[in-house]
Design a protein around this ligand. Structure first.
Ligand code: ZN
Length: 316
């Protein structure tokens, strides 16, 4: 069969996103299933079979499967060194996935694959030097230098979320350190800052009218309306993001920095304030040529990037 499809899988803490993509990168279909931590590869294999049946396609229609895992990955054997949120330690994801699906599998880190997806089909527009930052529950990073995804010696390159932003007295991070960028500027960090800060502030803020926990989205919505308490938080987190991206860019001299993940839905207010701080803290020659953009694939970057590495690695 000449026109085979590739499967892209993006494994998240609450949902597993999947898609079939053709050789030219067109998405045939996408769907998601809930993450059941004990049955991940079985659920994926069953879900693929059901989808093929629904589309009236034979199993032979699929060429290979690519999958992003939320942690550093050994690229030679597809073992996930560690995925804290799933309780995985040295988990042989590639072997398990191949056994259950019967397809050749390629595994990489999810933020790396989202970066690849954005460069391939999204805001990266084929650029060769790109920094992608994914701001969601945590903060991930994917770095493409001279057209190559950077992995490092044990798969942990691009961990922008674990830059030390507060060297002394920062709060505890899931990685074991304190003061990581992720503890400040992730959706979780922003929400925590708002929920703690509102107890001490004497300033009137529209966030007082929110029943229950304040979310990062609430903070950005209030900042859009020039609420001073919310604007202060947005200024603080974009200051830290701007510095982190400026320091990363000073090493790489990229043409583009792409901001993705759930928090990037805040849109222009986030992009513009990150850009202002970036320009202030980056080496001038680095800042001059570097565009700061919002991701354009939103939630699809991960599955598209995953299908892409399956396609790149496909031997037939
Ligand atoms: Zn950390």
């Amino acid at each position: 069969m000449d026109k085979k499809w590739f499967v892209g899988v993006d494994l998240g803490g609450t949902a597993i996103k999947m898609a079939f993509i053709d050789r030219d990168g067109n998405m045939i279909t996408k769907w998601e299933i809930p993450t059941n931590k004990t049955e991940i590869t079985t659920d994926i294999a069953n879900s693929i079979k059901e989808k093929l049946y629904e589309l009236r396609q034979p199993e032979a229609k699929l060429a290979a499967i690519g999958m992003g895992a939320p942690g550093p990955v050994n690229l030679t054997n597809g073992v996930v060194y560690e995925a804290v949120n799933l309780g995985w330690k040295d988990y042989p994801l590639k072997d398990e996935l191949e056994r259950k699906t019967g397809l050749p599998a390629v595994i990489d880190n999810d933020a790396n694959l989202a970066a690849l997806g954005e460069v391939w089909k999204g805001a990266g527009n084929g650029a060769k030097d790109v920094i992608c930052i994914t701001i969601g529950t945590g903060i991930g990073g994917g770095i493409i230098a001279d057209g190559n995804l950077i992995h490092g010696i044990n798969g942990a390159a691009g961990e922008i979320g674990h830059y030390t932003s507060i060297p002394v007295g920062g709060i505890h991070c899931n990685c074991g350190k304190t003061g990581c960028l992720e503890t400040i500027a992730s959706a979780t960090g922003i929400a925590r800052m708002a929920n703690e800060g509102i107890k001490d502030t004497t300033e009137p803020t529209i966030l007082n009218s929110i029943k229950g926990e304040i979310t990062a989205e609430d903070v950005f919505n209030a900042a859009e309306k020039d609420d001073p308490f919310a604007v202060n938080i947005v200024n603080y987190i974009t200051f830290h993001l701007g510095i982190a991206l400026a320091n990363t860019a000073n090493s790489l001299n990229p043409g583009r920095i792409i901001i993705g993940g759930g928090v990037s839905k805040a849109g222009e207010i986030l992009r513009k304030k990150v850009e202002e701080n970036f320009v202030e803290y980056a080496f001038p020659r680095v800042a001059e040529q570097c565009e700061i953009l919002l991701a354009s694939l939103e939630n699809d970057a991960g599955v598209i990037g995953a299908a892409l590495i399956a396609k790149i690695s496909d031997l037939d």
